[in-house]
Ligand binder design. Structure first.
Ligand SMILES: Cc1cc2nc3c(=O)[nH]c(=O)nc-3n(C[C@H](O)[C@H](O)[C@H](O)COP(=O)(O)OP(=O)(O)OC[C@H]3O[C@@H](n4cnc5c(N)ncnc54)[C@H](O)[C@@H]3O)c2cc1C
Length: 426
């Protein structure tokens, strides 16, 4: 029953969604401009995708939004959120089988957009679980690994983290220092040593997908490190506290000191950066759609504020041209970004998307969301400094989304290489 939770909820919502749609078409002329969806991106979605978006939006607005301010203030992440997401089928939603919903890439994007409309940190926790860890296991794991991990991860009962970045190697993970070698005393085990940093979910994760170089070959391999099986002193995952962005998510390190990991927990075939980059590709797609949700929330809040706040002769701020231009720029970028992501999602499902396309939408949408949210923040004047207006939180979060999973300039280099044929990384 769980296996199709998202689809089932979505289908039952589809009929109520259709009723809403019928009602709104009855009162609004078909050609009316909708500032919330300026280029009518909804027209490109299937009925199932619309219903999934509606299900996700409802959960996020009703259950997540009321908690986010306190969570952000306390820098507290409640892991139950992942269980709740699991209950409605949001985790690993693009995976077919293993208790996952098996929905389209675009439908998955609609769920990241709904979550990030509330907070980028909540979306980060979901993306790591779904795209980076479950996606990695699904793509590169053995059948036994898939059966062992995916169903519990889909329910949010087993939590994952993805360890690629190291203190000395962020944009250049190929130079990583973490190493795996045959264990000195335990037959059939590798021994992992090294440090990963800025790892979402690491302090609470049960299974950590760690990328390390196999000493024998020098090749990067993926290892599923299970916290419960690590002897004391071999694994620690301290939290990184006092962040000034993404405070509603939990971030930490992964410190491994001759940590024993069974050979059966290594991905069998994938070698080199193909493994982590392939997982990142799916997550980056989700980010491209997610940040559009954060930007749309900024637009919605700035518009409401501009209509209510009066300055000079009792005029609402919304009457002034400079304010209108800010809103027009932001709404245009959100509309273009959403359409571009839908197109790339469709191509991905047809097997026609390239990593460069995903670099393009990740870079463009993150940059646009950060740039516009910073400008929209100005509309709130001094009130922007109060967290109750939410915009400052989005701005701080969007700095991180522009930085992680390939900082924007790194994606420029990926695109520049594809355009010129010349490598500019080093
Ligand atoms: C809150 C948070 C959560 C994160 N979660 C995860 C996670 O779950 N798992 C994980 O593995 N990592 C995670 N990261 C790490 C993130 O992916 C890295 O921070 C990111 O890849 C950038 O690496 P860096 O911070 O080491 O920056 P650096 O690589 O030191 O780069 C610093 C700056 O230099 C620029 N730069 C670097 N090289 C070049 C070049 N050749 N040419 C031009 N400019 C260059 C970059 O674009 C950037 O602007 C997270 C980070 C944060 C902040």
């Amino acid at each position: 029953m769980f296996r199709h939770a998202l689809r089932t909820v979505a289908r039952s919502n589809a009929s109520s969604w259709r009723q809403v749609a019928v009602r709104s078409y009855a009162t609004v002329p078909k050609t009316a401009f909708d500032w919330r969806d300026p280029l009518a991106s909804k027209n490109l979605l299937t009925e199932e995708e619309l219903a999934i978006a509606e299900t996700a939006e409802r959960y996020c607005q009703e259950r997540m939004l009321p908690r986010v301010l306190q969570a952000y203030r306390d820098e507290h992440y409640d892991p139950k959120i992942l269980q709740e997401m699991g209950e409605i089928g949001l985790l690993g939603a693009n995976i077919d089988g293993y208790g996952c919903a098996g929905v389209s890439t675009v439908a998955g994007g609609m769920t990241t957009r709904a979550v990030e409309r509330v907070d980028s940190g909540y979306r980060s926790g979901m993306s790591v679980q779904s795209s980076l860890v479950m996606g990695g296991i699904h793509e590169f794991g053995t059948e036994e690994q898939k059966e062992r991990f995916l169903p519990e991860m889909a329910k949010g009962r087993l939590l994952g983290a993805f360890g690629l970045t190291e203190p000395n190697h962020g944009s250049d993970p190929g130079s990583m220092e973490s190493v795996a070698k045959p264990h000195a005393t335990k037959k059939g085990y590798y021994s992992l040593s090294g440090t990963k940093t800025w790892i979402t979910n690491s302090p609470i994760a049960d299974v950590l997908l760690v990328w390390a170089k196999l000493q024998e070959t020098g090749q990067i391999r993926g290892f599923l490190v299970e916290r419960k099986d690590c002897p004391p002193g071999t694994l620690s995952t301290p939290a990184i506290k006092d962040k000034n962005g993404l405070r509603a998510s939990i971030t930490g390190m992964i410190q491994m000191d001759e940590c024993p990991v069974p050979e059966a927990n290594m991905f069998p075939d994938v070698e080199g950066l193909k493994g982590p980059f392939s997982c990142l590709n799916s997550a980056r797609y989700g980010i491209s759609m997610g940040v559009m949700g954060a930007l749309e929330d900024c637009i919605d809040r700035a518009r409401t504020y501009a209509l209510e706040r009066k300055q000079f002769k009792g005029n609402p701020l919304a009457k002034y041209q400079l304010i209108q231009k800010k809103l027009a720029d932001a709404a245009t970028d959100a509309a273009y970004g959403t359409l571009a992501s839908i197109q790339v999602g469709r191509l991905k499902d047809e097997g026609k998307a390239t990593p460069e396309m995903i670099s393009m939408v990740k870079r463009q949408n993150c940059d646009a969301a950060l740039r516009n949210s910073r400008i929209l923040q100005e509309i709130f004047g001094g009130n922007a400094v109060s967290d109750e207006y939410h915009i400052g939180r989005h701005v701080a979060n969007l700095y991180v989304t522009q930085t992680y999973e390939g900082q924007s300039d790194i994606h420029s280099l990926i695109l520049g290489r594809a355009i010129t044929g010349v490598q500019a990384f080093c």
